[in-house]
Design a protein around this ligand. Sequence first.
Ligand code: MTE
Length: 322
Amino acid sequence: MLIKRNKGWELPEHMATPEDVFLNRRTFMAGAGATAAGIGLGIAPSSVWAGQDDDPTKDLYPAKRNEKYKIIRPLTPEKVNSTYNNFYEFGSHKSISKAAQALQTRPWEITIDGEVETPFKISIDDLIRKMTLEERLYRLRCVEAWSMTIPWTGFAMRDLVDLAKPLSSAKYVRMETFMNPEVATGQKQGWYPWPYVEGLTMAEATNELTMMVTGAYGKPAAKQFGAPLRLIVPWKYGFKSIKSIVKFTFTSKRPLGMWENIQGREYGFWANVNPKVNHRRWSQASERVLGENKRIPTQLFNGYSEQVADMYKDMGTEKLFY
Ligand code: MTE
């Protein structure tokens, strides 16, 4: 998120170097034996996918692709996506995939509480088996001006909202990531207000695009993707798409996300993608496509205006685009 307070304007190597050059260089280093850890190299050792073979819902993959959500754009190679992640619980850099394997994703309990008919807890496997999994191809645009195209597997968040039975007083859904600093050592960094929190309005949560992700690339999700359950809201900057969720709280009060809590003038509640509204420290006009050596223009709502623009009409002075 480039929020390192004194160095935020500095580009790390992987942002300044064309992706293929960067990956080739890393691959060379791997061949030269410079990689005892074996991760973050552009080539993913098999351990990066560890945890999927014993996933109790593995039989549900690959799920049928929903042809409505296709994209005319190459998919980001899995090895690129799996080794370039934001998951601050495991470190404030992109090469967290090895560290993330420490996360135990079973047993995993989801709490549904707040303004609902009856609060309850449900195991992730019971939840997944109540839902119909499908595959959708979505774009992901990070606030840091890089992007990917990903085959996610999961279910519509509106189905989870139906299961939760919110009261009419509930106007928002607040989502919270696990808290376990012993395993996720990034959570020992005191200046982040852990746990990671994000929120959506009820209209956003029940929008057709809003997806609860359980898998990617035709398999149960790798841990670095936010297994076993993560949000995807493809028209918003990536930080809204919270990973490894343990709690959904339905509430009348607008939730304060972790990044908004840290720096609300750069990472707001709405965070809708807009190429004309720059981040305070860089342009949002274009994006670097990971896995391809090019930049492309960024689109309003990341190309999803048709499905989402109506939700933001007549919102007065709300800061909708950061
Ligand atoms: N969720 C949690 N719990 N922790 C995080 O650090 N990073 C966010 C989002 N969800 C993050 C998170 C950011 S900044 C982005 S861009 C996306 O996850 C990155 O998802 P990816 O690693 O699957 O590309």
